[in-house]
Write a protein that binds this ligand. Sequence first.
Ligand SMILES: Nc1ncnc2c1ncn2[C@@H]1O[C@H](COP(=O)(O)OP(=O)(O)O)[C@@H](O)[C@H]1O
Ligand SMILES: [Mg+2]
Length: 357
Amino acid sequence: MTGESINVARVAEEFELDNEFTWGSDVKITGRSGAVHKFDLVVTSKKDESIKIAVLNGISDDLVSDIMKFNAISSDCGISLKALVVSKDLDDTEINLTQMYSIITIDQRKGRRVKSDVFGVKDLDESLGGAMKRGNVYMVSGKTGVGKTTTCTQFLVQGARMGEKGAIILTDTRGAEYVANAKTFTFGFEEYYKEGTIEVIELSDRIRELKEEVLESLKNRSKYINKLTGEINKIILEANISRLAIDPITPMIVENDDFVNQFMMALAIPHTFILITSPVMKSDVSMYGIEEYFVSGIIKLEMDDPAAGIRKASIVKMRGGTYNPYPFYYKITPKGIISSQSERDSKSGSIFKRVES
Ligand SMILES: Nc1ncnc2c1ncn2[C@@H]1O[C@H](COP(=O)(O)OP(=O)(O)O)[C@@H](O)[C@H]1O
Ligand SMILES: [Mg+2]
């Protein structure tokens, strides 16, 4: 019962360690309780040794108690990244447990895992074609009411479904107001919020004072950026967050090329998906007409047919990936963002009707 038979590369890939990792099997670690625990496998990032993945070889007949014990010893050792490697289908109890404990399941019978959906919105994930990468900053742009906040919520819920913790930083809405609205959707926000898988954070009024100092003198720029992104980093590390939304980014930034450049670079946090939103003013994708140059990708949302509530989404920039630049049409319903392609086809009076797959 060792870790030797586990494909270490698969585990590293699953956690996006970019081939820079070390590992050991049958690793003994002393927990906070003082007890010494043994792990089948521990994979450690070379770039950041605080990133450790505990791996359980799921071969025993009593997997349920193994998973429970594995979760307990991982938590005693302060390891929050956990993987279970199996070569069989899990039963419902086992699946529930892995989800509850945020344990990523790796099935050795299958090849590389299909790239996970980022939003859980079929058209959007298909258009993106897996081009969004952790460690980068992506922007969702559009006028009020197009669905920027809803996109952020679905992004966090999709992460939560896969056991990832997420947070949204609200910069111009009260938390209670956001939560009340997000709860009206039926895609599962409420449960994940209640269990703490999704955190809602408000930006305090301190930001205004801090920003005024930056505006007074650009010399304060680095200080401000370091303070703000330092606090964001702290939240991410402490709560083990792997998806962060900032909605909208505008109150955090000032209209200056170098500032926005430096800010976005500092915001790109390793192993974390960062999604920011922006209203549009100086350009058709941002407030200041600068933001677009310093993010890794942009999803542009527009109103298409206000009377019918039909909106349009297009990917206008996505670094280092192939994506579909053609827009798709959607509505916002209690179920969240729903494709409205077929409605649009019939509405536009086309002679041809697309056959839905
Ligand atoms: N629970 C809901 N059910 C149906 N539609 C909703 C719900 N919540 C919000 N909406 C719709 O979404 C729109 C706002 O989307 P939102 O994501 O807040 O846009 P933005 O952040 O771009 O201003 C509202 O105009 C409303 O029509
Ligand atoms: Mg909004």
